[in-house]
Design a protein around this ligand. Structure first.
Ligand code: HEM
Length: 407
């Protein structure tokens, strides 16, 4: 494809800050998105496994994982918006073309996601306490998980199609006949997609270590259940890492030609070593893995592995688009907008910081309390201030908008 046509598709308004900022934020927020997706997929799969079992430990785990999956899906959706914004800003010629080529699926994405989201709540309302030996409507949970995976497949295809500008014309007008329907998913790289999904196993293993520690400090916790969770966590972490590594290797040997330069990139080998190291942490620590905050460190290491995969993914995109197609997002004209840049970081730090601190503190303390949890005066004040700050932010947002419009 002629590189001038790619440049012609750029937004004439330019970008409001240096493109590197959007690139870095895109990678970081994608890593956060994937981590939440993995916890959601793993939590949902364990919920189904436990809900279909009569074993009391499995059912207890299913009960806990249903709550985890419900929250993780909200986090995945909310954080998913961030890489969506960043990829649109610096890779707009590619992202929008890919979206238009599969327009029905882009719209379908929202509908499928909404149905999957409703189904998980349907299952929850039908089974508010899974520890009872009866599961109602397990099909809703199974269908929900399947639809979430379809949602991921759509995102994968959109990402993958943007990497092959040379094939866009063939997809748009196969054998010279224009197909403007947008009903096709043109390019699925199954090894890449399955690798992205399979990483849910080791991440969920690490997550279960954290969960095990979190409940172990409650008075009267059941040691049999803790051991059950520990065994499952170890298995998921070790076997999940090996399986992910093998699928990742298949992805690497089947890389399309315009991405093969990545095979000589040190990041590939660093990521593989990090994945192996993640699987080995419990063996290295032995029973100490359940001491102090070690289990939480394991969750943090799992996040680092996902972040490395996010970096790899960006390097692959760089090879395909910058090196092979000659399009450089770093030379996007900058129309510096200090106000929106400062506002973005201030919102992130102040509004996001306060809301996250409040929610995490409440979740943490409530989980460690027996009986009814009542937050302290300071925590309640933080909650109230979080709401005031959000209200102030919304008023300010519209005030600035009207002021700009009135100019
Ligand atoms: C809840 C179910 C979801 C699943 C299972 C899922 C899964 C995935 C997967 C596997 C990828 C990687 C594709 C690849 O690189 O091959 C991905 C990318 C992405 N996802 Fe999600 N996703 C979900 C929901 C969402 C939502 C709701 C949004 C946005 C509102 C979103 C935004 C994105 C974006 C923007 C990317 C690509 C980012 C980039 O190319 O830089 N995802 N997702």
């Amino acid at each position: 494809m002629n590189v001038d046509s790619l440049y012609a598709l750029r937004d004439v308004a330019g970008v409001p800050s240096h493109p590197i900022l959007f690139l870095v934020l895109g990678v970081v927020t994608f890593a956060l998105h994937m981590f939440a997706v993995h916890v959601m997929l793993g939590g949902a799969a364990l919920t189904i496994r436990g809900a279909l079992s009569q074993d009391s430990y499995w059912r207890q785990l299913a009960n806990a994982m249903l709550s985890t999956a419900k929250i993780a899906v909200s986090v995945a959706v909310v954080i998913g918006v961030a890489p969506l914004l960043f990829v649109q800003v610096i890779y707009d010629p590619f992202w929008y073309t890919s979206n238009v080529l599969s327009a029905w699926w882009v719209i379908g994405f929202i509908i499928i996601l909404s149905v999957a989201y409703l189904l998980i709540y349907l299952f929850y309302f039908k089974n508010e306490d899974l520890t009872q030996n009866k599961t109602r409507c397990p099909g809703s949970m199974i269908l929900s998980l399947a639809l979430f995976i379809v949602v991921g497949l759509i995102m994968h295809t959109l990402t993958n199609q943007m990497l092959s500008p040379d094939q866009w014309m063939e997809w748009y007008a196969p054998q010279g006949q224009i197909d403007a329907s947008g009903t096709q998913l043109h390019s699925i790289n199954w090894a890449r997609f399955i690798f992205m999904i399979a990483l849910a196993a080791p991440v969920t293993g690490a997550w279960l270590y954290g969960y095990r520690h979190y409940i172990s400090v409650r008075p009267g916790s059941d040691s049999g259940y803790l051991e059950f969770v520990h065994t499952l966590a170890r298995k998921l972490l070790a076997q999940g890492s090996v399986v992910s590594l093998l699928i990742g290797a298949i992805w690497m040997v089947s890389l399309p030609e315009n991405q093969t330069e990545f095979l000589t990139n040190p990041m590939l080998y660093i990521t593989a070593v990090a994945l192996i190291a993640l699987a080995m942490v419990p063996t290295l620590f032995g029973s100490k893995i359940n001491n102090g905050y070690t289990a939480y460190w394991l969750v943090a290491i799992a996040f680092v592995v996902i972040a490395l995969v996010a970096v790899d993914r960006e390097i692959i995109r760089w090879f395909a688009l910058v090196v092979e197609s000659g399009y450089n997002p770093m030379d996007y004209p900058i129309n510096m907008d200090w106000y929106s840049t400062i506002l973005f970081f201030a919102t992130f730090a102040v509004v996001g910081g306060m809301a996250c601190t409040y929610l995490l503190t409440v979740a943490w303390q409530a989980g460690q309390t027996e009986g009814t949890y009542t937050p302290s005066v300071a925590i309640s004040r933080l909650g109230n201030w979080t709401i005031y700050i959000i209200a102030i932010w919304i008023v300010h947002y519209f005030a600035v908008g009207f002021w700009v419009w009135a100019q």
